[in-house]
Structures are given as structure tokens and as C-alpha cells.
Ligand binder design. Structure first.
Ligand code: PEP
Length: 248
């Protein structure tokens, strides 16, 4: 039985006071109301104060990125151990914005996953095709390559796969439930090839313009076990409604 996994990716948004305002509204709206794992990934600057604010709630803290070295002369970078130190339990790795704007390759993604797992972090591993790749009929090929390379030598504990079609991120264009289910089912088959039956217990979550309006139908798909939410996770009422999705 897979537990729903609902994660917020705040990207480069919110100051300390904005975050405090968010939690003042969000925590009472969600407390004791959901069986899902609720995960929030604020920017690095807010990890420590967020960790204090969410103490005693069931909210889980995540980071949006990490570097693969343990320590040393890597100006501006953050190590897996530093994330653990702030109270993070998960880290998002391979987000398409990292791949697109910061030149992250599958090999770098793989190194980051290896280093983060070594430090005990859970991984939210993002994969997904561009519009061009989808229109060229290459969606499965891209997903297969990202899985093979990204998960090379990775064992499956505390591993969550986020299917995020790039054309649906921040665009207001959500994948249809058929497109999401088709991709998730393909991903699960790839994971079964890699890991055997244990893959049926892994959470595969969907990301790309998730909103309070489309959450219920997405969560009704057999292989959609949760969501990774950008824009709609910034407002407490909107993210609370997503966390409180209606099971069909
Ligand atoms: C994301 O960045 O992971 C994302 C899914 O963003 P949005 O919900 O804004 O499309």
C-alpha cells in the first residue's frame, strides 16, 4: 500500500516573514486532516527556521538541490550532510530547471543521488520529457534513459520518482489523466525491471501545473501516488486543498 506523497517546491520564493505567514495559516488547515506525507521544500535560506516552525507537526522538510561532494572548496554549494544538519529528510534532485538552467546532466544527477543517499536523505528524483520530445514520440525513450542513468547503482529505499513533463511545469498546461497514468505506468515497469517487485511499493508522483482544481482527478489515477507542486504550493489555502485531495 503506497502512502500518498504530496510535496511543495517553493523554488526561489519567500522571505522569512512570508514563510511564517504561510505556516500560520497552513498548519491549522492541515493538522490531523491528512494521511499523506506532506513535504515542503523551501529555499536553502529558510531550511533552519522552517525546521523549527514545523517541529511537532507531520510536515517533512526537503531541500530543492544539493551538491555531491561532502565538503571543501566549492563556493556556494551545499552538501548532503549540511541538509541533514538543518533537519531535511528529503532532497529534490534532477529538477528540469536545474537541468535546463544549470547544465545538470544525468551523470551529475546520479552523483548527487549517490551522495545524498550516503548521508541518509530520501530522494525526490525528477524526470520528464520536453514538448519537442513528446511531439517527436520520444517520451518513453527519454524517461527510460533518465531512469537508467540517474538511478545507476542506486538502491530503492526512500526513493520517490517525480514525473514532471517539462511542458507542463509552470505553464498552466497539465498532463491529462491519461497522459499521466500512461507515463507513470511506464515508469513503474522500468522500476520493476531495475528493482523487481519492490518497485510496486515506490511512490511515483506527478508534477506540472497541479492545482486544487485538478488534484482529485490526478490522484484518482492508479499509478499516481502523489504530486510535486510549484506555483500552487505558495498559497497556504491552495496547498492545503491539494494535501486534502478527495479520494474517488
Ligand atoms: C515544479 O516546479 O516542480 C512544478 C511542478 O511547478 P508548477 O506546479 O508550478 O508547474
Amino acid at each position: 500500500m503506497r502512502k500518498p506523497f504530496i510535496a511543495a517546491n517553493w523554488k526561489m520564493n519567500k522571505t522569512l516573514s512570508e514563510m511564517k505567514d504561510f505556516f500560520t495559516v497552513f498548519i491549522p488547515l492541515t493538522v490531523n486532516k491528512s494521511n499523506a506525507d506532506i513535504v515542503i521544500a523551501p529555499p536553502f535560506t529558510l531550511l533552519n527556521p522552517a525546521s523549527e516552525i514545523i517541529k511537532g507537526t507531520k510536515i517533512i522538510l526537503a531541500a530543492q538541490d544539493v551538491f555531491y561532494e561532502e565538503k571543501g572548496a566549492y563556493t556556494g554549494e551545499i552538501s548532503p550532510l549540511m541538509l541533514v544538519d538543518t533537519g531535511c529528510q528529503y532532497v529534490i534532485i534532477g529538477h528540469s530547471e536545474r537541468r535546463q538552467y544549470f547544465g545538470e546532466t544525468d551523470e551529475i544527477v546520479n552523483k548527487k543521488i549517490i551522495a545524498s543517499k550516503k548521508a541518509g536523505l530520501g530522494i525526490i528524483f525528477c524526470i520528464g520529457e520536453s514538448l519537442q520530445e513528446r511531439e517527436a514520440g520520444r517520451t518513453f525513450e527519454v524517461l527510460q534513459k533518465e531512469i537508467q542513468k540517474g538511478l545507476n547503482e542506486i538502491e530503492p529505499s526512500k526513493l520517490v520518482i517525480a514525473y514532471e513533463p517539462i511542458w507542463a511545469i509552470g505553464t498552466g498546461k497539465t498532463a491529462t489523466t491519461e497522459q499521466a497514468q500512461e507515463a507513470h505506468s511506464f515508469i513503474r515497469k522500468q522500476l520493476i525491471k531495475l528493482y523487481g517487485n519492490i518497485a510496486s511499493e515506490l511512490c511515483i508522483i506527478y508534477g506540472g501545473s497541479v492545482t486544487p482544481e485538478n488534484i482529485d482527478s490526478l490522484m484518482a489515477c492508479e499509478d499516481v501516488d502523489g504530486v510535486l507542486v510549484g506555483g500552487a504550493s505558495l498559497k497556504p489555502e491552495s496547498f492545503a486543498r491539494i494535501v486534502d485531495f478527495k479520494q474517488s
